[in-house]
Design a protein around this ligand. Structure first.
Ligand code: FRU
Length: 323
């Protein structure tokens, strides 16, 4: 590459709209802005697998230097990812895993651990019998599998915890019927595979006036209006399990690859339980990070202005010298 040429890094995002995806994109953009030699392009597939395939194909055809992918599902993208990898393009997989080992690096939290954390939370806060309604995610993705298996690894070994209902979010209307018969089969916990689903279940319970009987647990733990941390602070969720997006780490890994440094194949991010005890601290930490990012952005725009002034000045000097 010529010195003036930028490294092309592309990111194929599977789902576009929810706050989790927006946070992931934002983290990438902020981190990328720290590396002016890197040019980041984000492709939004809006949940359409074919679109995601064609975005990856586009990056292959247009000589992207690194391709980052958060795959919607574990199977359909395997072939195109293997093609790209076999062509020697470094591939970074974020958040959701795929059914092949042909990638350069994976970055994301361990979803089994997420599920176990939800299980430990229930086990440690219930002395009496506890009935759980489990609402899984949709489709066929690794996070869904891990969050289910990890959870059951813990609660299936706790004799006082039962999971009488477990189904995919596509069957969400069942929540209403189940809550109607809460007098017959008590529901003590709802374990939902993300904070949005947990909040939706809480809304149904509130309509029926039974929300106070149930402890709602979600996953993601983002900060912002109606996000996990705020829902915990409002007492709507009993807990959310932190699931970092990995956006900034993905760009850091891309930078290392571009600088010919070795990278780990598996980069596992920490997860933790956020409940009323640490929600405020977590919120403050997010605020600090955000403030830091805003400061960095401000500094960068000052630097850009200085650079502009400098280049105007040096143009004037050159012009004067040429006189
Ligand atoms: C957002 C999301 C998150 C979840 C993640 C799993 O699209 O559903 O809520 O933690 O994807 O991949």
């Amino acid at each position: 590459k010529q010195n003036t040429e930028k490294h092309k890094v592309g990111f194929s995002q599977c789902i576009s709209k929810d706050d989790y995806r927006k946070a992931m994109d934002y983290e990438m953009m902020v981190e990328a802005s720290l590396h002016p030699e890197l040019e980041l392009t984000i492709f939004q597939a809006n949940g359409d697998i074919e679109a995601q395939k064609s975005h990856i194909q586009f990056m292959i055809n247009n000589d992207f230097d690194v391709i980052i992918i958060s795959p919607a599902q574990s199977d359909p993208l395997v072939e195109i990812i293997e093609t790209a990898f076999n062509k020697g393009i470094p591939i970074i997989i974020v958040d959701r895993k795929i059914n092949t080992d042909k990638y350069t690096a994976f970055v994301g939290a361990d979803n089994m651990e997420v599920g176990r954390n939800a299980g430990y939370f229930i086990a440690s806060s219930s002395i009496n019998n506890a009935n759980v309604l489990e609402i899984r995610g949709s489709g066929n993705a690794f996070p869904k599998m891990g969050r289910h298996l990890g959870f059951h690894e813990v609660v299936d070994n706790e004799p006082n915890i039962k999971v009488p209902y477990s189904f995919d979010v596509e069957d969400f209307e069942r929540v209403s019927q189940i809550l109607d018969s809460i007098h017959k089969t008590p529901i003590d916990y709802v374990y939902a595979f993300n904070d949005n689903i947990a909040y939706d279940a809480w809304k149904v319970a509130k309509e029926k006036g039974v929300e106070k009987r149930i402890n709602f647990i979600g996953v993601d733990g983002l900060s912002g209006l109606d996000n996990g941390i705020q829902l915990v602070q409002k007492g709507i969720l009993a807990a959310t399990i932190l699931y970092p997006t990995g956006g900034d780490e993905a760009i850091k890994i891309a930078m290392k690859i571009l600088q010919d440094e070795t990278v780990l194949k598996e980069n596992i991010l920490n997860t933790t339980v956020i409940d009323y005890r640490n929600a405020k601290i977590m919120e403050k930490q997010y605020e600090r990070i955000n403030k830091h990012q805003i400061d960095i952005e401000k500094q960068q725009s000052v630097i850009r202005e200085l650079e502009n002034t400098y280049s105007t000045q040096s143009n004037i000097l050159k012009w004067l010298a040429g006189l």
